[in-house]
Design a protein around this ligand. Structure first.
Ligand code: ATP
Ligand code: MG
Length: 332
């Protein structure tokens, strides 16, 4: 654990009771988020990114969700077991969230200004007037047109994009130490959401860390300091952005990068990784990527590789990876 760690997640395991049996959506995931950094979490649809994020703040419906184990230490306090009252103070305060359905974050029954005032005073002690001024200031910072007018508007008077800006203002106003931003995959407003992410990164305070959940490697390259690659409920690789992009050690990471559309290249993007994500209710034994892996060996099919350090700050869960990438090169 580094000194500037904001959140330390250890061996997180989360599952769902489903009609088809127990489905483990997060299986022993460990990572930390450091002060001021942008940490990208990537992986194919259904690999467990959103469940990881929601479980950290205990926002999953229970049942069917069950947090089976692990810890999420925030200033030494475990978010997963602390009293709910304490967690409510942290949620929307020290830890902000921008989730896939942000519209639910605003109450249709209260004017914008009143909601901003409430958010400010919930987490910081200040007078109504100070909170109003702070709210207005944040509407300006997020680039909402006519901010003075908007303070007295109702949410339904704003466009979807405007509401997202208000939501961003509300998230950043308590000066969170961490913002968890989960990219939509199916929402219609993907473009607007991309603008909101950009805005988040530009207007957040320098000390605010961001956990950016996406499956867009292009976004990761543009804005992230470090990258964690998730595959079938487990982490496959962790490293700095430059290391992961320049010396990817896991064959899955290599596949993701190969499938990325290249800049300045007119050719069609390369084919995606053949095959599909295994069922999380009935995962294959051994390495979960083995059925799709071009380097698969016997050991991969029977024993899951543990996450191990290849180089300082670069970890991989793959039997075939070596620090200098040689073993991979010899096979690919
Ligand atoms: N409420 C639920 N009940 C049962 N299974 C669920 C529930 N929510 C999520 N899951 C399952 O958990 C697994 C992980 O889902 P998750 O939403 O975390 O994926 P994701 O990586 O965020 O994907 P995407 O990129 O599409 O957002 C999936 O198999 C999903 O079907
Ligand atoms: Mg998701």
């Amino acid at each position: 654990m580094s000194e500037d760690s904001v959140l330390q997640v250890e061996a997180l395991r989360v599952g769902f009771e489903t009609a088809g049996g127990f489905l483990r959506a997060v299986d022993g995931v460990s990572f930390e988020i450091r002060k001021g950094e942008v940490l990208g979490m990537v992986g194919e649809s259904g690999c467990g990114k959103t469940v990881t994020a929601l479980s950290l703040l205990r926002l999953l419906p229970h049942p069917p969700a069950v947090v089976e184990g692990g810890r999420a230490l925030f200033h030494g306090r475990d978010l997963l077991t602390m009293p709910l009252q304490e967690l409510r103070q942290i949620r929307g305060g020290k830890i902000g969230m921008i989730f896939q359905e942000p519209m639910t974050a605003l109450s249709p029954l209260h004017r914008i200004g009143d909601q901003l005032v409430e958010a400010a005073r919930l987490h910081r002690s200040m007078s109504h007037d100070e909170a109003w001024a702070l709210g207005l200031d944040w509407l300006k910072r997020v680039g909402l047109p006519d901010p003075v007018q908007r303070m007295t508007d109702w949410p339904h008077q704003l466009s979807g994009g405007m509401r997202q800006r208000v939501m961003l203002a509300m998230t950043l106003l308590p000066e969170p130490e961490l913002v968890i931003a989960d990219e939509p995959t199916t929402a219609l407003d993907v473009t607007i959401q991309a603008q909101i992410f950009e805005l988040l990164l530009n207007v957040r305070g320098g000390d605010t860390a961001v956990l950016l959940i996406t499956h867009d490697m292009g976004v990761v390259w543009d804005v992230c300091d470090r990258v964690h690659v998730m595959y079938a409920a487990r982490l496959a690789e962790k490293g700095s952005r430059d290391t992961v992009f320049n010396r990817p050690a896991h064959p899955y990471t290599r596949g993701l990068l190969a499938a990325m559309p290249r800049l300045h290249q007119t050719a069609e993007r390369l084919p995606d990784i053949p095959g599909q994500l295994p069922s999380l209710a009935h995962p294959p034994p051994g390495c979960r990527f083995a059925p799709r892996c071009p380097l698969v060996q016997d050991v991969c099919r029977v024993q899951a590789p543990a996450m191990r350090e290849l180089a300082p700050g670069h970890d991989v869960a793959c039997w075939m990876a070596e620090g200098d990438g040689k073993k991979l090169e010899n096979h690919v």
